[in-house]
Ligand binder design. Sequence first.
Ligand code: TXA
Ligand code: MG
Length: 314
Amino acid sequence: MAIIGKDIDKAKALLESGEVVAIPTETVYGLAGNALRAETVTKIFSVKDRPFFDPLIVHVSGTRALEQFATTIPTVALKLAEAFWPGPLTLLLPRKENIPDLVTSGLPTAGFRCPNHPLTLELLNQLEFPLAAPSANPFGYVSPTTAAHVADQLGQRIPYILDGGSSAVGIESTIVGFDEEGVVVHRLGGLAIEAVAEVIGKVVVRNISTSNPVAPGQLISHYAPHARVILGPMDDLLNKYRDVRYGILSFEKEYQHPYQMILSPQGDLEEAARRLFSSLRAFDSMPVDVILAEEVPDVGLGRAINDRLRRAAS
Ligand code: TXA
Ligand code: MG
């Protein structure tokens, strides 16, 4: 069983020996290993039961490290990194050959992110290599936002979980790429696209289909807890599903029902994002067969929350 602790030296020693260690970030916990070592990267995929066609994000200590691993860095990319790193933003950039093919599933670009968490930043500063890290959950399940979430599912498969408390943002990073269309959002996430647009002007949100192998994190059925999630206007759902064992996942409203999670009683989207994944997980220990869920306002982090709810529901 994994040891859970706050010992950076221990995490560092394990990572240096080629092991896989769970690390805290402000978005979700990551399952990290030396991004430059192919056997370690293989281990990450096998611990997660993740298909090899789904590329990993490379975590770096800052913009300086980018020069080491990216062939070209568009000016807008640098501008975004300067505005939002460390933070919940992943940049897709053409990679150098020092990043193994396995990390990017053979794609010519790699995703780079500098996470905003004091323990992990310290770790990245001390290491001589960047960390490949997907979210630390079994493939297809809800991402973890605490060390206990990681231990529950992957504790038997890894030696150490670096405990950095609850993730402050709670939803995976926003992924952007750069092409002839300009700045293209590949995954909605913990950095609101309004904030990105404020820095660089127009952004294009690309609606990636289920089968597009370029961005498998966009697979439609993803982020799903064990009970089936059904999304719709809550009053309609309550009417339609009154005869089954259901739980309620509401945005702000309280219902008279024993099995319910409220994302944010104050109607705050940041709080809702922070609580989304732990709320979905909570239903796994309740006697419910379906989770009735409603969308949140589709602005700011609400867009990413709705994206995850739709994927959990399909
Ligand atoms: O916030 C996050 O991004 C977290 C923390 C741990 O940093 N990581 C995370 O990783 O969410 P993961 O593996 O669960 O999702 C990464 C997704 C992939 O599924 C894929 O859609 C996209 O990032 N991705 C990575 N590299 C890519 C590339 N070169 N081109 C297109 N998409 C890429
Ligand atoms: Mg993931």
